[in-house]
Design a protein around this ligand. Sequence first.
Ligand code: PSU
Ligand code: MN
Length: 318
Amino acid sequence: MGMMDEKLLLAAEVAAALAENRPVVALESSIVAQGLPEPENLRVGQAMQDAVRQHGAIPAMTAVLDGRLCVGLGPDDMARLAAAADGRKCGARDLGPAMALGLPGATTVSATVRIAAAAGIPVFGTGGIGGVHRMTAGSATTSHLDISADLLAMSQAPVAVVSSGAKSLLDLPSTLETLEALGVPVLGYRCDEFPAFYSAESGLSVTFRFDDLALLSAALRAHWSLPGAGGVLVCNPPPPDLAMSGDAVEALVQDAVRAAGTAGITGGALTPFILSHMRQASGGQTLRVNAALAIANAALAGQLAVSLAASLSTGDKR
Ligand code: PSU
Ligand code: MN
């Protein structure tokens, strides 16, 4: 069956689970290689995998290694990705070139969605998705159009992405409008507001709220029963014991954006600068929230994968 199969390297337990229609959860590796600082990155990557297992599913973290798309990474693979000097942050468009060049690549949401779809994994857990960057004066994070490939990729493949929304340094209204234009449902799991990553408060609404996993699974199956339907964003607010207020986060963003302006930081260096500035200015709180929400989202993704697999085996096939 051609090129895709020989280029997809499924870990043995992932292949076995998929063959038996048991629940699997895709996880991204950019959060480990680029998203979090050492040593939190490897700890969180492992904790996300453990959380998926605790809920009865098999974790499948994705990456490009040795010219192949790996689905299911062990601790050594994660460490290798995090340490790779020539490692790339791979979006969906970067997968082919990185494979051909044999470069190690950590996958973002857009790349992970594409690989999950190729492997037949319908549920994916992550921290937060990329979105539309702010361009308004004063609080701008970019001087030019910058829209994450995550949004388009989510519209192109039938994968449910469990996340705590998008980071509040993004333009959240424009991010939601883009998801609407792309036909991606934004579903709140036990929340009415679109989460703003560090904070549960954005003042923006999800399209529908679900309080029950079986009903959420039914919504996914119904969505995917229509021809051409793509992905779904499932929103899980950050854990309440750690979540910050919307105002506190906004103040941190504004401060960081000002500091970036003063330091002349632009382009690809901007987001990492802002995140690390916020980390320091909050005494590490943003990092604690980030770690906790990523693990909680992996846990919810595990539960959702279990519920979806159960509904597929008992109900009519989709
Ligand atoms: N949000 C996080 N941590 C991350 C990212 C997003 O809380 O590490 C990563 C994800 O991999 C996401 C990517 O897909 O950043 C978006 O990057 P860009 O805006 O360049 O598309
Ligand atoms: Mn971008």
